[in-house]
Write a protein that binds this ligand. Sequence first.
Ligand SMILES: [Zn+2]
Length: 305
Amino acid sequence: MRELILGADVGGSLVKFMVITPTGETVARGDIRTDPLDAERTLTRLAGAVTGQLSAAQGRLTAAGLACAGIVSARTGRLGRSPNIPGWEGADLSGLLAHAFGGLPGAIANDVNAALIGEHWRGAGRGCDDLVMVALGTGVGGAVLLGGRLITGTNDGAGEIGHMVLEREGPLCSCGNRGCLEAYAGEVGLVRRARDLVSEGGASAALVKLVTTSGADLRAAFREAGLRLGQALAAVINLVDPQRIIVGGGVSLAGELILAASREVIQRGVLAAAARETPVVPAELSTHAAALGAAVLARERKEAA
Ligand SMILES: [Zn+2]
C-alpha cells in the first residue's frame, strides 16, 4: 500500500481536498460543501469523501493537513477570528481533524500560509526561501516565508498585509478601520471603489450602467487597487526584502492591470536600489494551492514525529 497524505482547504462554501504521495504525485482531489455552522460534521464528511476515493488509489493515509480561512493557531490548535466561516470560530481544529482521521499526525494552518507553502513547493515560489504572498480575494490575506519557514508571529497575527492602513481617512474596511489595503484591493472594496469613482464623475454612461447594474469592475478601480497594493508591498519589501512576491486570489486574475501599477509604486517606495526590482508575480497553482500546502505541512509534521 502506498503512503498517502491528505491536504484540505476549508473555505466559506467549499472544502477543497487533494491526496498526494510524499513526492507530490496527486492521486485524488475533489471538494465537499462546508457546513458553515458545524466544523465536526464537515470534517467527518470530508473523511468519508476521502476514504471513498482512496480504495481506488490503493493507498492509506499517513497524515492529514487542514488549511482554514481566519486566524489559525498551530500552538492551541484552534481557529480564532474567521470572517468567512464565523460559525467555526473557536473550533478545536487539531482535535476535530485527529478525531475525523483516526488520530493520524496532523497539521493546521491559515489558508494563505498554506497556499504559500504550496507555491514554494511546486508553484511560483520554487527555489526561493524568502517569499511573501498576498491573496486578493473577498478579503486580502498575506503570508511570509523567511529562510524556508513560515512566520506566524507571537500571536498568530503575522502576515496580515490586508490590514495595513494606507490612508487614514480612506474607505471603510471590513475590520472597522479605514484605508486598509483590503478596502482597496479586496473584491468587496474594489467593487465599492468602482462605484465611488463612477459617482465622482468622469465615467461614461455605459460604465455607470455596467457598475450600477452588475457591480462590474472598472479599469480605474483596478489601477487604484494596483497602486495601493504597490504601496503595501513597498513597505513589506523595506521590512523583509524577499526574493519575490506572489500575488494570488480571484482579483489577481486581472493580472498586469494590477501588477504593473504595483511595480510603479515599488520603484519609488523601496529604499535599497536592488530591492526595487523584486519580482511581483502571479500565483501558479490556482485553487488547490492551500490544499497542497496543507498536505506538505502534514508530511513535515509526520516526519518530525
Ligand atoms: Zn482592515
